[in-house]
Design a protein around this ligand. Sequence first.
Ligand code: PMV
Length: 353
Amino acid sequence: MPIYQATTSAPVNIACIKYWGKRDTKLILPTNSSLSVTLDQDHLRATTTSRADPSFEKDTLWLNGKEEVIADGGRLATCIREMKYLRSQLEQQKPDAPKLSTFPVHICSFNNFPTAAGLASSAAGFAALVASLAALYELPATPSELSRIARQGSGSACRSLFGGFVAWEMGSAPDGSDSLAIEIAPREHWPDIHALICVVSDDKKGTSSTSGMQRTVETSPLLQHRIGTVVPARMKAISDAIRARDFDTFASLTMQDSNQFHAVCLDTDPPIFYMNDVSRAIIAVITEYNRIALETTGKRKAAYTYDAGPNAVIYTPKENVREIVELIVRYFPQAEKFKDPFSLFGVAGVGEG
Ligand code: PMV
């Protein structure tokens, strides 16, 4: 009996224009489009192996060595079911192909970074899951087609199927068929941009993105202004800035959007706080750093952004990385007690293969 098995890995992506709010919670359709950078380095990845075998009793998944429940109708079950459906279509076209769609699968996934600490672990996880099943099933699907399925695992996962600069277009079809990730620019387009990850805390976050989003959609008046007016204009402006490699505009929009996302969380009832005092102190350092840069050169040198957790991601052209690391270590001397540099911050080459 041949072995049917495939392993793939997918990296984390960090949004510059944030996804926050669902218009359909089952299909995971967002209330606004979003845009992210896929961090192309080894330290923030999910690696997933899938194996199909008729002797397996049922579909089973282990995350970091621990078995996860695959609840009926839940997100994991949906992604596995959709991928088996695509395989069954392929089997109909190719009658000689083994009937893998009828075999249970065993899936084993590892994250090499803290899970659920606002470092987009679910994005990398679901992207790797879908990509490994696509490889196992030898599906001819494009990354955009696979993004439609990964989206139903975790919204932001759809963007991790591409490297480089990626938009998730919210779409308008009620069945979600046009709510997909597309590439804005490949990694090679702007290899100079780096991401510095400052792990302020690797504790699990207090309010999950699912429950936080739901509360925001139900209670925040600011969200309506954001999704109706602000985000559509920003999506266009930041895509243009990426195409033109205009870091100053990219940085300005990224920081404004992070700030508005956290403002929307504060506008939620009861409010949600994802940043802490250290996060805010890092904002102050980057703001001052940019103020001096604006005074001397007229352009910003760095952009901070925060997801649903206290950890900072700082985008900057490569030439500034050392200077910013030195600044952070000077203002946060506790940084030095971390033995593994990646437990405090890592430099992610965006655009380095
Ligand atoms: O895909 P989720 O449910 O993990 O939500 C991600 C939400 C943010 O990370 C805060 C923003 C984003 O666009 O990634």
